[in-house]
Write a protein that binds this ligand. Structure first.
Ligand code: SF4
Length: 452
């Protein structure tokens, strides 16, 4: 794959704020007065096993770049208390899941391996006691190698986890110091060895480009270092600089970031190296070995996208449990309280800890399908999607298609009477292309991270 040339004019024109489209509408539009009825109705109607996301929010230190919902603490007993409340929440959900099974569980954070092995074993017992799991439930976990121990890996293995995603971000000591995340390669090497020995069958590595002091040469070294670990997948995320939303990011001086051209160069270098090493470039920012099921899903048009990014999971409903967790169903999103005090108070009152949400309109549902299809398949067949959604696509999106002409002229999209397809150049501007179908784009301007 030859490097694509991206001009400064295009970067200036399209370097806008825009959603990552892990959901549509984005969480910015969730409302405080949302009632749970629609979500509960959708949940109970599920015929196939659902997915569950469980948020474990604690971290020992703060990484300055972080955009997650987390609680930084050294007090291990906070996790004991949190598990008490997770148990209360699971018990409330169990009452709603009388005819529904759980086929997948993902633990995210925060740092799930903030929990010590005894706490992970207790979490295992809670799951088995309170959630209606399928016998072959698939379990995955996000891990931070800098604080990971071998005993924790075995505890997650006892819990049934077979997939892990490890956060590395960048291996340069200069970058690590700037973002307050020292993580010698030894930690990463140990993490991967322990996971393989414990029988984990899939390891993903998270990297971030666009961090302070990164440049092409330093990030080439990061990619080489991580390739030595032979992960099954990579996620190569564009750093989201949103200091108005995540104030810890204000510690960064504005002149220490790579500029948009340097970021695109870093991404293209990485893509070239990873493709040469046997990884398939997937969607916006993922890579997987050719034989990995994520790469197969991409090639078969079965790729999915949800709050955790790209996946092969086909669940129509994802139930979020724990602080700040988001749930999604065919017609609604809901989010738990983000503050621990509010989360606990709701559960002490015997209520689900609902903070806000959104019941999708028919229009939201249509646009969600269209945007998701673009993000996962990079193309739209007007006839197929018209049949699927019960609309005349060209008529429904007449304004979007007129606006799309400019993207055709700029070389991002090829459009015919039957459909549109994103070009290689357009993959760098995928979020901008999806924005053409976003009815909320004016309202969310300036509240999202930069697309480039
Ligand atoms: S360990 Fe992960 S969740 Fe915690 S502060 Fe760092 S990046 Fe954020």
């Amino acid at each position: 794959m030859q490097a694509v040339q991206v001009s400064t004019e295009l970067i200036d024109k399209y370097g806008l704020a825009g959603p990552r489209y892990t959901s549509y509408p984005s969480a910015l539009h969730f409302a405080d007065d949302f009632q749970d009825d629609q979500f509960l109705q959708d949940l109970k109607a599920q015929k196939d096993p659902i997915s569950v996301y469980i948020h474990l929010p604690f971290c020992r230190t703060m990484c300055w770049f972080c955009g997650c919902n987390k609680i930084v603490t050294r007090k291990q007993d906070k996790a004991d208390r949190y598990l008490d409340y997770l148990a209360k929440e699971m018990l409330l959900w169990r009452a709603q899941l009388t005819d529904v099974k759980v086929g997948q569980i993902h633990f995210g954070g925060g740092t799930p391996n903030f929990l010590n092995p005894q706490q992970i074993d207790r979490l295992n017992a809670l799951l088995r006691c309170y959630l209606p799991l399928t016998p072959d439930v698939e379990i995955s976990v996000e891990l931070s190698p800098d604080v990971l121990t071998e005993d924790q890996v075995w505890a997650f293995s006892r819990l049934g986890a077979k997939r892990a995603s490890i956060g590395i971000q960048d291996t340069s000591p200069i970058v690590q110091e700037a973002v307050n995340r020292p993580q010698p390669m030894e930690c990463n090497i140990n993490a991967v060895r322990w996971l393989r020995e414990a029988g984990f069958t899939s390891i993903n590595v998270d990297l971030i480009y666009g961090l302070p002091h990164q440049d092409r040469e330093s990030f080439k070294q990061t990619i080489q270092d991580v390739l030595e670990l032979e992960p099954d997948r990579f996620a190569l995320f564009n750093y989201a600089h949103v200091p108005w939303f995540k104030p810890t990011q204000k510690v960064f001086a504005s002149d220490i970031f790579p500029n948009p051209i340097a970021k695109l160069d870093i991404f293209q270098d990485s893509r070239e190296t990873l493709e040469a090493a046997g990884y398939t470039f997937i969607g916006l920012d993922h890579f997987a070995k050719h034989e990995d099921e994520l790469a197969k899903a991409w090639n078969n048009g079965k790729l999915q996208r949800d709050f955790q990014g790209y996946s092969v999971t086909e669940s129509k409903a994802i139930l979020g449990i724990g602080l700040s967790s988001v749930s999604q169903s065919p017609k609604a999103y809901r989010q738990n309280h983000k503050e621990l005090e509010d989360y606990e108070a709701a559960l002490d009152a015997g209520q689900l800890p609902l903070a806000k949400g959104l019941a999708l309109t028919v229009d939201d549902g249509i646009r969600r399908t269209v945007i998701n299809r673009l993000m996962c398949q990079l193309k739209l067949d007007f006839s197929d999607i018209s049949d699927e959604l019960g609309i005349d696509f060209a008529e429904y999106f007449d304004t979007s298609l007129v606006d799309m002409q400019e993207l055709v002229t700029d070389g991002f999209v090829e459009m015919t009477d039957t459909g549109i397809a994103v070009t290689e150049l357009g993959r760098f501007f995928l979020r901008n292309i999806a924005m053409q179908f976003d009815a909320y784009r004016e309202r969310q301007a300036g509240r999202c991270s930069q697309t480039l």
